[in-house]
Design a protein around this ligand. Structure first.
Ligand code: ADP
Ligand code: ZN
Length: 512
């Protein structure tokens, strides 16, 4: 039989394995269960495609999305690998089943819902399997950012084929999620192979959103190459696409609300283009192989650090310099917190809060962004990377603990229902009509902030909302979050970065 190294050369046309690929392939070839955690672009597909060719039988690949499967099949077929999927979207299922039975397929893709049915089991019982790959394996874990209950039902299937090596693959898994994947899929701890998470060619920038239109304009002017702008909503994606196109740059939207043909067309146009901007919701990206994306911008906060890493990881897969920009606002965090407290099942709230706090720490840090990301994934990076906004332009930080306390006290004294503008008036000692009509000019906090401190109220309120010391309701009314107490009483320091001087025109609302 041909060796994996020969297949690498003859089938894929590559001279070398990349990073941990060889380690993963060797383990699978030895028939051992494995969890490979590799960043986007590291070449996960090859890790199962190659052993699928080198081992006798057909590889079963579990994948969560039809679009993802079809992309994978297309790229496998481009290498001359025989691959097909069994999904509701496939009209030639009979033929695929025949090919499978005749041993004419190297890879068979299925979603977990189908793979766990009786019928599928009967089918696969008579097919020699070379391996079972579980793609996007973080979907099996409730700790992961993309939990799919159907992934939990895979275990009996895996155990029924105990001798078939299983290979779980994911780009995003923190330590807790990793441990959970191993346990859920029955993979021994020594089966964990992690490749480095660093994407040294990506330069990270994080900024408070302050007139998104202008911020994007500046970004686009500096980046003529193709880029993705992630918007928090379909409307947002449409609006951004329009704005960008209006500015003379080719731009198209992409979101789940578009007709499938339109979506496919926009995606294809983007993949083919050397200058286009795609304004998308997170529906865009999985399985898209465009190596020359020069920037990924987020117009609002992503779901988690993992999601951020994965989404920004679509930039610069070719290894050339690329940039990631995140434009955030306190309202993003406030909204995410409200969602957790109202829409998430109570027992999943602590995990979700942790995830949001980790994201807040990334956004708020005055230190190296890359270091925060890599530490999140369990690495021990150097303190400074030299290729993120904070390393290139170390921000000034100030101790804002005093004004943070004053702001919290003002929120408390005014019964925790006023927004930052009113609280600023109270702290400044502005006895305007509203302040007087509520009797807030008689409070102990009236006029207690100095002019310097007043400058910091807005950035401090942002920081407090991000770290859940203050919670904003839908109208901006501020009340205490769980982190308030430690600041007010416990002497926890609030250090904030001083925004670079640019705020000229004050905007009443953040753009979005
Ligand atoms: P992932 O699924 O981890 O995001 P892919 O499997 O899509 O990554 O691979 C990313 C790109 O890298 C693909 O274009 C693939 O052909 C290429 N690639 C994979 N392995 C190698 C290798 N050993 N040498 C060169 N290119 C590779
Ligand atoms: Zn850095």
């Amino acid at each position: 039989m041909t060796s994996p190294r020969d297949i690498l050369k003859t089938t894929f046309g590559f001279d070398h394995f990349r990073g941990v690929q060889e380690q993963v392939v060797d383990r699978v070839m030895a028939g051992r269960h494995t969890l490979a955690v590799m960043p986007t672009g590291a070449g996960k597909s090859l890790c199962y495609q190659l052993p699928a060719l080198a081992r006798p039988g057909t590889a079963l690949v579990i994948s969560p999305l039809i679009a993802l499967m079809h992309d994978q099949i297309r790229s496998a077929e481009a290498f001359g690998i025989r691959a097909a999927s069994l999904t509701s979207a496939d009209e030639n299922r009979e033929r695929t089943i025949d090919r499978l039975r005749a041993g004419e397929l190297d890879l068979i893709y299925a979603a977990p819902e189908r793979a766990t049915t009786e019928g599928f089991r009967r089918l696969i019982d008579r097919v020699p399997l070379s391996l079972i790959a579980i793609d996007e394996a973080h979907c099996v874990s409730e700790w992961g950012h993309d939990f799919r209950p159907d992934y939990r039902l895979l275990r009996p299937l895996l155990d029924a084929f105990a001798d078939v090596p299983r290979l779980a693959l994911t780009a995003t898994a923190d330590a807790r999620t990793r441990a959970d994947i191993l346990a859920q899929l029955g993979i021994a701890e020594d089966g964990l192979i992690i490749s480095g998470f660093d994407r040294p060619n990506i330069r990270y920038h994080v900024q408070p959103r302050d007139g998104l239109g202008g911020q994007l304009k500046a970004l686009l002017a500096a980046h003529p190459g193709p880029g993705i702008v992630y918007a928090p909503s379909r409307d947002g994606a449409e609006k951004i696409a329009e704005q960008v196109a209006g500015g003379g740059r080719k731009a198209l939207p992409y979101h789940a609300g578009l007709e499938p043909q339109v979506r496919a067309r926009n995606q294809a146009a983007f993949v083919a283009s050397e200058e286009m901007v795609i304004a998308a919701t997170v529906a865009f990206g999985m399985g898209i192989d465009k190596p020359d994306v020069r920037f990924v911008a987020h117009a609002g906060i992503p779901k988690s650090v993992e999601a951020y890493y994965q989404e920004t990881g679509r930039a610069g897969r070719d290894g050339d310099p690329a940039e990631a920009w995140l434009f955030w606002s306190a309202e993003d965090f406030a909204r995410a917190r409200r969602r957790i407290e109202t829409e998430v099942e109570p027992d999943r709230r602590p995990g979700e809060r942790d995830r949001l706090n980790a994201l807040a720490a990334f956004v708020e840090t005055a230190g190296c962004r890359r270091a925060v990301l890599l530490r999140h994934f369990g690495e021990d990076p150097p303190e400074s990377c030299g290729n993120c906004d904070n390393c290139l332009n170390p921000p000034q930080t100030v101790d804002a603990t005093e004004i943070a306390r004053k702001l919290l006290s003002a929120a408390f004294r005014t019964e925790m229902r006023f927004g930052v503008a009113h609280l600023t008036d109270v702290l400044a000692g502005n006895d305007n009509d509203k302040v007087r009509s509520f009797g807030h000019d008689r409070l102990s906090v009236f006029g207690i902030a100095s002019a310097d401190e007043l400058q910091l109220v807005r950035p401090v309120s942002r920081a407090l909302i991000a770290r859940d010391a203050l919670r904003a309701d839908a109208y901006g009314g501020l009340s205490f979050g769980p982190a308030a107490k430690a600041i007010l009483k416990g002497g926890e320091e609030v250090r904030i970065t001083v925004p670079p001087k640019r705020q000229k025109a004050k905007r009443p609302r953040d753009g979005g």
